[in-house]
Design a protein around this ligand. Sequence first.
Ligand SMILES: Cc1cc2nc3c(=O)[nH]c(=O)nc-3n(C[C@H](O)[C@H](O)[C@H](O)COP(=O)(O)O)c2cc1C
Length: 338
Amino acid sequence: MYSILVRFLFVLSAETAHLFTMHFMRVALCIPGIKKLLNTIYKNENPVTFLGLHFKNGVGVAAGFDKNADYLEILETLGFGFIEIGTVTPKPQNGNDKPRLFRLVKDRALINRMGFNNEGVEVIAARLRRRKTKLIIGGNIGKNKLTPNEEAVNDYAICFEKLYEVCDYFVINVSSPNTPGLRALQDKDELLKIITKLMSIRANFVHQGHLQKPLLLKIAPDLSTEQLDEVVEVIHQTNLDGLIATNTTIGRENLRTSASEIAAIGAGGLSGAPLTQKSTEVIKHLRLKTQIPIIANGGIMTQADAQQKLDAGANLVQLYSGFIYGGPGLVKQIAHIK
Ligand SMILES: Cc1cc2nc3c(=O)[nH]c(=O)nc-3n(C[C@H](O)[C@H](O)[C@H](O)COP(=O)(O)O)c2cc1C
């Protein structure tokens, strides 16, 4: 059934299809009986405890799918075990000009240059305070486009403080390719500055009687092995709680889509099937060096891809492109991996 829906949705532009589907689902859930029916079909109970948190199952929605925490109930109904909202920035911003999201159907891939379009931390925190779902929510945080890198630490601090009480874990996003200069924050000194600041904010919250909430770092698949080793050093120095490997790639290797189509699309992060192997290699390398908890993300398009990430040493998985191409049926298959 999902393949018929996909044929219709793929006639629309990628961003329109996303908005249409999520609005349609929101309306559909108001029809008596629909939510119960979907809950019955997509209930994926396979509990996992990770980072001291109890997940309904080990399959999450990757960041960027529900940037503003608008669709939590829908995504829970479709069977996910956790949702990462964001990337959230201190001030609202529109992101890049449209079109900024493209399908590469032949490659089962996407290219996006959204540019952290989001409603800003105040609005999103208020929405999360009113949330009905008890699902684990991750808060993925970043900096505004106009904030210079020298002041980036303040943007991360603002988002972390304002979301602390309404999210269950946090992700420092320094790996999106669509905010100019952001990936430079993956350098050792920059990372140390941001992580140390957030750790001290967290210590204050704990001092005031709040829970100590896990802090993770999301990294790019385009880091060299030397850069990955530096990240590992920072992790050990700061006692960071976990990693998300990986974000989208700026690479364009081994694509079936023609070079002219790729050139016409232009800049952006590539996700989906062409990323599978690259992000698994990152996980394998990290596992040789550290026991840190890892959430795998990047090119999980089948149950076998998810199994490969777990075998490489990941603890949980997240989907974006796989969900676009495979729908909730894929979530179900992966959620029931033992
Ligand atoms: C349209 C789109 C928007 C995204 N926005 C974000 C974002 O705001 N923050 C982030 O950390 N990752 C973002 N991502 C990256 C995804 O979270 C994920 O890391 C990446 O797509 C690789 O996973 P996949 O192959 O399952 O899609 C975005 C991806 C897409 C396709």
